[in-house]
Design a protein around this ligand. Structure first.
Ligand SMILES: [Zn+2]
Length: 544
């Protein structure tokens, strides 16, 4: 990764103390500043003081009116509000970085080989892997643990599927967990000849989680800081963290108080007793750049592991409708709790049945509080008769367009042609609610927002696949995607008064992009040239 180097900054800063006018801390000029306001204004210069925007306007107006010790000539580059990833997993990604990276592995043999290589260098007496995806293998059926248990007979091993909705555990860990039952609500213990084969789907993973060794908080913290650097290079200044446990609140707080965690983190709480107690006690909670005022609930699983809850059976498995992970009563309870305590409810909904259930629960929220901003995370497969309910009950869709261009290979196999019409339907969703929050679901997908732009507009992945765009009628415009990552993402986290556009009195969280910002049929990788949080530079692209 390219990193900021101090000497280069020296060239950028022009000492201009002789200038007259109001004193500010920083002036950005000779820029193409996309304000992202209602009028779609574009200006050349911006003055910043105490971490906030004082004024954005024409070049001469700003340069004449303000004087500043620090002035940056943006060389005519595009400036946008800092991007937000409206659905990502800092903790999951940190764990992935600390464990075996299985992304892109082409077979179970390669999965095991990567585990052996990792273990040879590791001091840990356990193995946690992330990122396998059986749809990339020659034999694309779900794996079993025979070879895994044979290769690692004496240490616990757990390997999570790329979406986190399935895990393969070895015999050693399975025995440790001493699971006596064969069925579990909202999950599946997969069997071969009546015997568990190590593959666990959705809630079944919880049966072993207590026995999975944990990395130290210090290790996790340092991995999160690496991720922060990775995000800054793309101009990302905020993340909606899609699900944290109670113990992580303290970790995030301590990272913020030390000034290490600079990202705007909007953390969703997992639905646990401790987290409900936290919300009851604190109400909507803010500590500097850490914001906690929402709950993450899982209505169903994922399409990849056939855990997504469908109204009709899977086209490639007539015996399965998928899984309901949280009971309807429990989801209703959480929604009432959220309304009572000023919290937002963000429910994972992939299948058309899961989405219909969540929409019906949100109908009640709308009757109590029209501006509830309750979200459906993913909103991936919608029965066409349900689309209008997003508008009717003011439900905020939160989508990850790269899922469309990752799933296109097998989505039709799972859903069939007619059901595919309501899948990855971002344009239709946007036309209902008028806004949408856009993210990546990292580490399920890459953190790279340019993949998201390409997937949204061109409906292709960065390698140009599929050759014919995937469901192109559901593509978004470039402007819509950027709004989904800036001002609409701010709305989705109740922060539209603080950031998301470059208007007076908002935080000076912004990015100057290296290359012009646009979307073309051929994918172009871009980076931030400079990234700023509250007027302070946090990343500069090195020019070697
Ligand atoms: Zn997620």
């Amino acid at each position: 990764m390219l990193k900021f180097t101090a000497p280069f900054l020296g060239i950028m800063i022009v000492l201009s103390s002789c200038m007259k006018g109001q004193k500010v801390d920083l002036v950005i000029h000779n820029a193409k500043i996309h304000v992202m306001d209602d009028a779609n204004s574009v200006h050349e210069a911006m003055a910043i003081r105490d971490g906030k925007i004082v004024e954005v306007g024409p070049e001469r107006q700003i340069l004449n009116k303000y004087r500043s010790d620090e002035e940056i000539d943006a060389l005519g580059k595009d400036v946008y509000p800092g991007l937000t990833d409206a659905h990502g997993h800092l903790l999951m990604y940190a764990n992935q970085k600390l464990g075996v990276d299985l992304t892109g592995a082409k077979s179970m043999e390669e999965v095991i080989y990567r585990c052996e290589k990792h273990l040879a260098k590791s001091t840990n007496k356990f193995l946690i892997g992330n990122g396998w995806d059986q749809s990339l293998w020659d034999n694309d059926s779900m794996p079993h643990n025979k070879k895994l248990s044979k290769t690692f007979p004496n240490i616990p091993v757990i390997l999570y599927r790329v979406d986190g909705h399935a895990a393969l555990v070895n015999e050693c860990l399975w025995k440790k967990a001493a699971v006596s039952k064969m069925t579990v609500d909202g999950g599946q213990i997969c069997l071969e000849n009546g015997v568990p084969n190590g593959l666990l789907i959705d809630n079944a993973i919880n049966l072993v989680s207590k026995h999975v060794p944990k990395y130290s908080l210090k290790q996790v913290e340092s991995a999160i800081l690496d991720i922060q650097e990775e995000l800054f290079q793309y101009g990302i200044t905020g993340v909606h963290e899609a699900g944290i446990e109670n113990k992580h609140i303290g970790m995030f707080k301590s990272m913020v108080s030390k000034g290490k965690l600079k990202l705007e983190v909007y953390a969703m709480l997992m639905n646990s007793k401790e987290n409900l107690a936290f919300a009851s006690k604190n109400g909507p909670y803010r500590y500097r750049n850490l914001d906690i005022r929402s709950f993450k609930v899982f209505a169903d699983g994922s399409l990849g592991s056939r855990g997504a809850l469908l109204k009709k059976p899977y086209s490639d498995d007539p015996h399965s409708h998928g899984l309901l992970l949280t009971s309807i009563d429990e989801m209703k309870k959480v929604s009432r709790f959220c309304l009572d305590h000023g919290y937002q409810m963000n429910t994972h909904g992939i299948g058309d049945s899961a989405n219909a259930i969540v929409l019906s629960i949100y109908k009640y929220a709308f009757s109590r509080k029209p501006d509830h901003r309750f979200r459906i995370e993913h909103a991936q497969v919608i029965d066409p008769i349900d689309f209008a309910k997003f508008a009717e009950y003011a439900v905020f869709p939160s989508v990850q367009p790269t899922h469309a261009t990752s799933d296109f290979r097998w989505a039709e196999k799972r859903l069939g042609k007619s059901r595919l019409k309501g899948a990855y339907a971002y344009k239709t969703l946007l036309s209902q609610f008028g806004m949408m929050a856009i993210g990546t679901d990292f580490p399920v997908e890459s953190t790279n927002p340019f993949f998201t732009i390409h997937a949204s507009v061109q409906r292709k992945n960065s390698s140009g696949e599929p050759t014919a765009p995937f469901l192109p009628e559901e593509g978004l415009t470039f402007d819509e995607v950027v709004k989904g990552m800036t001002i609409w993402a701010a709305f989705a986290s109740f922060r539209e008064k603080d950031f998301g556009s470059l208007e007076k009195n908002k935080k000076a969280n912004f990015v100057i992009f290296d290359k012009p910002m646009s979307s073309s049929v051929a994918f172009v990788q871009n980076y931030a040239w400079r990234t700023f949080i509250e007027g302070k530079i946090v990343f500069a692209l090195d020019e070697l």
